[in-house]
Design a protein around this ligand. Structure first.
Ligand code: ADP
Length: 572
């Protein structure tokens, strides 16, 4: 498969993968949305059920009490006996703290008006004064008494649910219709007062723990407000909350009500019982439940967003991984292509000097040349081309050693003037070929620097050969050297009058195997290794290299080396 075909297959693969990733992301998004919707519904249902049961149990407690103290006119037992019997029945069956506080018995009496007695647990004791807690009810009984003075009508009494006290007012029932005015007036009531703190601190928390939190709804706040005044908070699971915190609850149920199905069997089934409490006794309180996140909707949305963020993270990670694989594959391909080019470049570079040497050698061997001057020229030619070959082999070996990390640099004094001269001489073949003039602008004496002679020589050879190779035919290459930084550093500048280097190539110049577009197009011999070797040698000597280039005007490579050399011993 050709390189182009491989690229197309890869591109198609990437597009398919990206498409697949996108499709999965869309599915995931929709699926999470549906899941959140279902979750919201299910949470709503669970909460609805939990509040329903909580309310049923709470109202059941009230109904138990109400039913337990419903006394009947016309029974064999007297009222006090009935009350005592019901009381001991309750004491025997009740589990845990009782919400019942005190029991009072209110009778209408023809002579003295209202008679109030309190049940002491054994018998009834008459009270002269109405205790404060139920004093507010007195006028309501008294009002009834006046209204019914002459009418054959059952006095009604105060409402059965008194949540302010709190208390239940339980009307006595008749098993047959009252007939005489006396019977009508014999009506009595039981007032059962309730422990508010037991209701608020024990009953409601216990019920919410069992039915609301017990359903796994741990993130909810439970509150109870007054039904006719939602700003009045009776109970809150979190004392820091106010009634306003429970506005727009996730679930609400009326409570503190009497419901007919909770009442006495006789009351429910026998329509001929008189004085039955109405079924629709208005609920006094409202049970409100709200998610701590603000609302159930908000909680589900937050959870959904969290899942979405997580999925997005996974997709980004996947996408990133794919992108990285693609990038590294492309890099590997590029490297492979560069290495192929390198092999081709080296072979090409070897070919010319080898051909020249072979031709000269053949001519000498065939004794075609007899003139000593010509023989000398042939010798010089073989020498120059041989040096070109040696330079190239040295450069490749240096590169290979650097790559494998086995290169050790010497630390000996190096005469830079001599090294520059050698470098110019070793590039003789190139200089002749391009008809370039090399000018040295160097002060009479330069300090010796500490370093590796062979490696430093390779630096100068490379830079000078590049300057000559990429010069215009007949141009001038200038080699300057001077000390800088108070003689601490030595600066060498190699300037040519070539075409310069495009800005986009400059960052890649020192990468191994990199060859400029123009160098490749003009088929200028080279391997793309020179500058990478130069940079590593210069840096291993504690120096640095820079390039300044103007398109159409030429380039200058600036090398700065510390005179004292580097402490570093190897190129790594
Ligand atoms: P090469 O063997 O190709 O010369 P180098 O590593 O020495 O490899 O140089 C890398 C590339 O940098 C060259 O292919 C060329 O494009 C560019 N280059 C280096 N020196 C010069 C210069 N003096 N003028 C213009 N381009 C240069």
């Amino acid at each position: 498969m050709s390189y182009l075909q491989t690229n197309r297959v890869q591109l198609a693969g990437i597009i398919v993968l990206a498409g697949l990733l996108l499709t999965l992301a869309v599915f995931q998004y929709n699926w999470l949305g549906q899941l959140a919707e279902r979750e919201r519904e299910s949470m709503g249902r669970t909460l609805g059920w939990a509040t329903h049961v909580t309310r049923r149990e709470f109202d059941g407690e009230l109904a138990d009490l109400y039913r337990g103290f419903q006394v009947y006119y016309g029974e064999e037992e007297s009222f006090p006996e009935q009350i005592a019997a019901r009381y001991s029945e309750r004491i025997a069956t009740i589990e845990g703290p009782d919400i019942l506080d005190r029991i009072y018995w209110v009778q209408l009496d023809e002579e003295s008006g209202l008679v109030l007695q309190e049940f002491t647990g054994v018998s009834l004791a008459t009270l002269d004064e109405w205790p404060d807690e139920i004093a507010q009810l007195k006028s309501q009984f008294a009002g009834q008494l006046r209204n019914n003075e002459v009418q054959f009508q059952l006095p009604v009494g105060p409402a059965p649910l008194q949540d302010d006290i709190p208390a239940l007012v339980i009307q006595q029932l008749f098993t047959r219709p009252p007939r005489t005015l006396g019977e009508y007036r014999s009506i009595s009531w039981i007032i059962a007062t309730l422990h508010r703190d037991v209701i608020v601190e024990q009953l409601i928390p216990a019920l919410s723990a069992e039915y609301i939190y017990g359903e796994g709804n741990f993130d909810y706040n439970v509150g109870v407000t007054k039904a006719d005044d939602p700003t009045s908070l009776v109970y809150s699971s979190d004392p820091a909350l106010t009634a306003a915190s429970f506005a727009n609850p996730d679930a609400e149920r009326t409570m503190f009500a009497l419901r007919i199905w909770h009442l006495d069997q006789r009351v429910r089934t026998n329509r001929r019982i008189w004085g039955v409490v109405e079924e629709s006794v208005e609920p006094k309180w409202q049970l409100v439940v709200k998610h701590q996140a603000g609302s159930l909707e908000a909680a589900v949305t937050t959870a959904r967003n969290r899942s979405l963020a997580l999925s997005l993270g996974v997709f980004v990670l996947l996408g990133g991984a794919i992108a990285m694989i693609v990038v590294s594959t492309r890099r590997a391909q590029q490297l492979a292509a560069q290495q192929m080019e390198f092999v081709a470049g080296i072979s090409h570079e070897l070919r010319t000097p080898l051909a020249v040497i072979r031709a000269a050698g053949e001519n000498l061997a065939d004794e075609v040349v007899h003139d000593p001057e010509k023989t000398r020229q042939y010798g010089e030619l073989i020498n120059k081309e041989g040096r070109r070959l040696s330079n190239m082999v040295e450069r490749v070996l240096l590169f290979a050693k650097m790559r494998s990390g086995t290169l050790q640099f010497e630390q000996v004094p190096v005469d830079l003037l001599e090294t520059i001269d050698d470098a110019i001489a070793s590039n003789g073949a190139w200089i002749d070929e391009r008809s370039v003039t090399v000018v040295k602008e160097i002060p009479g004496a330069l300090p010796e620097i500490i370093g590796d002679p062979a490696a430093l020589s390779s630096v100068l050879q490379n830079l000078i050969s590049n300057a000559v190779k990429y010069s215009r035919r007949g141009g001038t290459v200038t080699v300057q050297a001077r000390t800088v930084n108070a003689d601490q550093d030595l600066q060498i500048a190699i300037h040519d009058q070539g075409d310069g280097i495009p800005g986009n190539e400059i960052p890649h110049l020192f990468e191994p195997f990199f060859r400029g577009k123009r160098a490749r197009a003009a088929q200028i011999q080279g391997s793309g290794l020179g500058l990478s070797v130069v940079k590593r040698v210069v840096e291993a000597h504690g120096g640095h290299i820079e390039v300044v280039s103007t398109l159409g005007a030429g380039s200058t490579f600036l090398v700065q080396l510390p005179v004292g050399g580097s402490e570093r011993e190897d190129a790594r």
